[in-house]
Design a binder for this molecule. Structure first.
Ligand SMILES: *Cc1c(COP(=O)(O)O)cnc(C)c1O
Length: 396
């Protein structure tokens, strides 16, 4: 009998009871807007920022309406102007170049390696073209952050980290988002914590923190923040920083606080699932596992493998056969953008120069989500199905 899988690749776990209780309390008192607090009250959003800053070991934290908004705010805060070039990954998700376009700036795409990280040689060659790098830790893969920071520091290039897939990950023990000038996180349903929509931004730089806070729409109420710099820093920037409203609200913050307290345990559960799948897929003929470098502490909330140098027809055949057995694989190499996947050359609002070495890799990147609703048994079934179908097409 042929095994099939019947679970859902997009079903996350329910919101924890503690978070539901906290959300209900906010709904009952009705003060959803972050600055709507009674005297002496510390709002959920301000507390979330205080707790996330402490968890990440950052001086400052700002909660906002989405991960993409956090990225755009970071770009504005570091002073990116319309027309400025901004270095970024060719392999990433649409909100990343989108955030650059949203401030009128121009993405300069940097290639991807077989490890699915930014190509540091390509980056080195392009470092003189921009003063900001929007570094996307796409699908949770961390590049050699030591070399990257060394290069960018030496060239005077500010690094903004897109940690949408690396909340809880680390490089050489330092949490992801702490190497660059600003770290940005997404709290939407498909990421590591789930408030539907939402974003977090952290930094140790007081001026960047004050600017980001003003930008997010603090009016002159920034003293109600618990993880923002003092009023003297806001004095320097408050007349010259526009309000581009994108605040988080107390309902989402209430939902997030208990989830963040549980992050380490969730990371462990993701990795148990990831490692299970990786161990079954390893050594499948024709399939390349993306091995994780020793200094990287990863969060296996999704898994990637490569079908390098396979024809598009054969890749489509693998995807079709897996889908027929209930296993949803996403393909970043497809010519047409579909669902969440697209290629750098599908973002036609941004000019791009062809990156042939990256195109070869992108053409073979297979991607699969690993929601925590999967049991370890589910993971073994899924991996066996992929192994069998890749094998069948490889041998045909
Ligand atoms: C989800 C995501 C974002 C942006 O997050 P939103 O909260 O959806 O705006 C940014 N970068 C990557 C790589 C993402 O996957």
């Amino acid at each position: 009998m042929t095994e099939t899988f019947t679970g859902s690749f997009t079903q996350q776990e329910p919101i924890p009871d503690e978070a539901i209780e906290a959300a209900m309390a906010v709904l009952r008192h009705g003060r959803l807007h972050r600055y709507n607090v009674v005297p002496g009250e510390l709002g959920e959003t301000a507390l979330l920022e205080q707790e996330f800053a402490a968890q990440m070991g950052a001086k400052y934290c700002l909660a906002v309406s989405s991960g993409g908004y956090a990225l755009a705010t970071a770009l504005r805060a570091v002073g990116v102007q319309p027309g400025d070039p901004v270095l970024t990954n060719a392999f990433t998700l649409a909100p990343v170049p989108g955030s650059i376009a949203s401030v009128g700036a121009k993405p300069v795409f940097v290639g991807v390696t077989e490890n699915l990280t930014i190509d540091l040689d390509d980056l080195e060659a392009k470092l003189d073209q921009a003063r900001v790098l929007m570094l996307s830790h796409m699908r949770g893969h961390l590049c050699d952050m030591d070399r990257l920071m060394q290069m960018c520091d030496a060239a005077g290039v500010a690094v903004i980290e897109d940690c949408a897939h690396t909340m809880g990950a680390a490089w050489r023990g330092q949490l992801s988002g702490r190497q660059g000038a600003i770290g940005c996180y997404s709290c939407q349903t498909y990421k590591h914590v789930n408030s539907g929509e939402g974003g977090l931004l952290i930094t140790d730089d007081e001026v960047l923190a004050a600017k980001a806070t003003m930008l997010s729409g603090s009016y002159m109420l920034y003293e109600r923040h618990l993880a923002a710099p003092g009023p003297e820093v806001f004095e320097k920037i408050k007349y010259t920083t526009p309000n581009v409203s994108g605040r988080m609200d107390n309902l989402r913050a209430a939902i997030l606080r208990p989830q963040l307290r549980d992050l380490d345990r969730q990371v462990q559960r993701w990795n148990e699932r990831y490692d299970e799948i990786a161990s079954v897929l390893r050594d499948t003929p024709g399939l390349t596992i993306v091995e994780r470098p020793e200094p990287e502490t990863y969060v296996g909330s999704s898994i990637q493998f490569l079908l390098l140098d396979w024809s598009p027809e054969r890749i489509a055949e693998v995807i079709r056969r897996c889908a027929a057995r209930g296993v949803e694989i996403k393909w970043f190499g497809g010519a047409e953008p579909t669902g969440f996947t697209s290629r750098y050359d599908s973002w036609r609002y941004a000019e791009s120069t062809p990156l042939p070495a990256s195109d070869r890799i992108l053409a073979g990147v297979m991607d699969m989500r690993v929601p925590l609703t999967f049991s370890l048994d589910d993971c073994r079934v899924i991996a066996r199905i992929i192994r069998a179908e890749v094998g069948a097409v490889y041998q045909s």
